[in-house]
Design a protein around this ligand. Structure first.
Ligand SMILES: [Zn+2]
Length: 599
């Protein structure tokens, strides 16, 4: 830690540069008074770093906690610190273009108002989504009702909804560990998530784009502003793009280059991102834009000013992702496994001395495991790992071999004394999984997790550890599952809707059912068949015969309503109407608050 470049205060200058005004108080509520954003609750971050936080993460959180309206360059403004992400505003001939309208409509409206209070009541003349993650589009109805051009990278709509559809409930549960909303906001608790402070919890929306950008160098004139696009599919998001504003000499880097090492695989769970492609597109961005920009900004964190600083920043970000990718594969091909590679790879010294390569959100450790997973998957080739007992069954046996729960706790204390908290956690986890009622093991494990959390440079690791400690002590935090926003639900394709039903079929319960339903989607002019056989709900577009047990004629909106439990009123039915009930009878429900730190 002594080697950290604390003398380098450049980020603080950049984070404060162009400051115009704060939102005061920085609390945003829904119309019925529920607080969905509270930047003021992080005021404690301006104190000195306490013993209960890693100084490097504390510094990052101090930077993320700055909030307000900032001038990036003449005609380009950002509102930062009023949600997880930034909203950028580019002034046009007749109004203002909004880039990335935050997560919640309430936050987006508050950000726009803050801008207008200081820059005049300009109408929103266009919206640009830089990529398909919800912290970059969810607030859109807070800035427009949609009668303006909306630009997004190619494939945006597919990815905006698909990433969270199938494994949504599990991701939502794990996101509680990732962001730590149930933790206290305090020097001992939640101090951010590296990319920003946390996520807002207001109303989410989605208005489909009117223009999708697919070609590198594509130019548009939007409200009199000339814009050049660089699509970067498969980087930080499957649909993403960088944007140059040539007249402003300003470069928007979306989320491809931010002031931390980003995730190749979110700890919430996701599909693995491609570090190789990510590095390629950063190389391309330097080649295309370095000589045409005096400032580079992104949809998280603060901008970077000056050509040389921008190039250094982009090249270091590029080298970081390329290095992680190439070194992981080099070591894979020497026979190292994921956990071994995670210990063996370290950032090169020059990168380590730059704050923005530090793992506040992603980390070297979990990113190299993601790369391993992308290329080789879960199995390391060792037959001992091919057919292991599941965690609880293993734990019962390990604890028995070690002489029982109390003996395991005693061993764990020895490792704690030697400051090997990692192994103490492994041991105690066995004791808790073998016997949830072992209070001594639970309390000690909570203590170990707390110390690991307080020592973590990575904010998401900290949140995971502290959430684990909280649930060991207080029990599982009840799920506050947000109902999926209607806009997002309506954006599902018909295939995705039937896929969502298929993954809810309780296989064994449906083993002996066989039924078929034709769904005539009258407004789409399409027929779609679902067939339940051997516990699998198969879908077939445009079947050529008319042999289904039941035919339903309905609109897509009615189909969505049916799924939301609205019943079959107004739906025209023909055939065996009991079929629908038989299908519903085999559907299962996800568990929104499953156990994580206990068996
Ligand atoms: Zn984001």
């Amino acid at each position: 830690m002594a080697d950290l470049p604390f003398h380098d205060k450049g980020d603080f200058d950049d984070a404060d540069r162009g400051f115009i005004a704060k939102l005061s108080p920085a609390v945003i509520k829904t119309t019925d008074g529920r607080v969905i954003w509270d930047n003021d609750s992080y005021a404690f971050l301006q104190e000195e770093c306490p013993e209960t936080a890693h100084p490097s993460l504390w510094r990052q959180s101090q930077l993320c906690a700055r909030q307000g309206l900032y001038e990036v360059t003449d005609g380009v403004y950002q509102v930062r610190g009023l949600d997880l992400s930034n909203m950028t505003l580019v002034e046009g001939a007749t109004g203002v273009i909004v880039i990335d309208p935050l997560i919640s409509t309430e936050c987006a409206a508050a950000a726009l108002k803050l801008y207008r209070d200081h820059r005049g009541d300009r109408p929103v003349t266009a919206v640009i989504y830089t990529h398909s993650h919800s912290d970059h589009f969810g607030g859109v109805r807070g800035v427009t009702d949609g009668n303006v051009p909306i630009l997004a990278p190619g494939g945006f709509m597919d990815h905006a909804v698909s990433e969270n559809v199938y494994a949504g409930p599990a991701m939502t549960r794990r996101a509680v560990y990732l962001y730590g909303p149930a933790l206290s906001r305090s020097p001992e608790g939640q101090i951010g998530c590296g990319l920003g402070l946390t996520v807002s919890t207001g109303s989410m929306s989605l208005i489909p784009p009117t223009v999708e950008i697919v070609r590198t160098g594509h130019e548009e004139r939007i409200d009199g502003v000339s814009v050049v696009f660089q699509p970067t599919p498969g980087t930080e998001a499957p649909a993403e793009m960088n944007i140059l504003f040539p007249a402003h000499r300003a470069l928007c880097l979306a989320e491809n280059a931010t002031h931390n090492q980003h995730n190749l695989l979110s700890l919430r769970g996701a599909e693995v991102r491609d570090a190789r492609v990510w590095a390629r597109y950063l190389t391309e961005a330097v080649a295309l834009f370095a000589d045409r920009a005096d400032v580079a900004f992104a949809s998280h964190h603060w901008p970077t000013w000056g050509r040389d600083a921008i190039v250094r920043f982009l090249e270091q970000q590029r080298d970081m992702y390329a290095y992680l990718h190439d070194q992981t594969l080099r070591l894979i091909n020497k026979g190292l496994t994921a956990a071994e590679i995670a210990e063996a790879v370290h950032m090169p010294p020059e990168l380590e001395q730059s704050w923005h390569t530090h793992g506040y959100h992603g980390s070297v450790s979990h990113n190299v495991k993601a790369i391993y997973q992308r290329y080789l998957g879960w199995f390391d080739g060792n037959p001992a790992h091919l057919w292991e007992h599941p965690p609880r069954e293993s734990a019962i046996r390990y604890v028995e071999c070690l002489g029982g729960g109390s003996a395991v706790v005693a061993f764990a204390r020895r490792y704690i004394d030697e400051n090997d908290l990692r192994f103490a956690a492994q041991l105690l986890n066995q004791a808790v999984f073998a016997d949830e009622g072992n209070k001594e093991a639970r309390d000690l494990l909570a203590e170990v997790y707390t110390r690991l959390g307080h020592g973590a440079e990575n904010a998401t690791w900290r949140n995971f550890y502290l959430m684990g400690a909280l649930e060991l002590t207080d029990g599982i935090v009840p799920a506050t599952m947000e109902a999926t926003a209607l806009d997002l639900f309506a954006a599902l394709s018909v295939e995705q809707i039937f896929d969502s039903i298929a993954i809810r079929v309780n296989g064994p319960r449906a083993w002996h059912e066989r039924l078929s339903i034709d769904w005539h989607l009258t407004d789409l002019g399409r027929r779609h068949r679902t067939l339940l056989s051997n516990g699998a709900l198969i879908q077939q577009p445009d079947p050529q015969d008319e042999l289904a047990d039941l035919t339903l004629r309905l609109t897509k909106a009615q189909l969505v309503g049916l799924l939301a439990g609205k019943g079959v009123e107004g739906v025209e039915r023909e055939g065996d109407t009991t079929v629908l009930q038989r299908l519903v009878a085999v559907l299962d429900r996800p568990v929104p608050d499953f156990a994580i730190v206990t068996a």
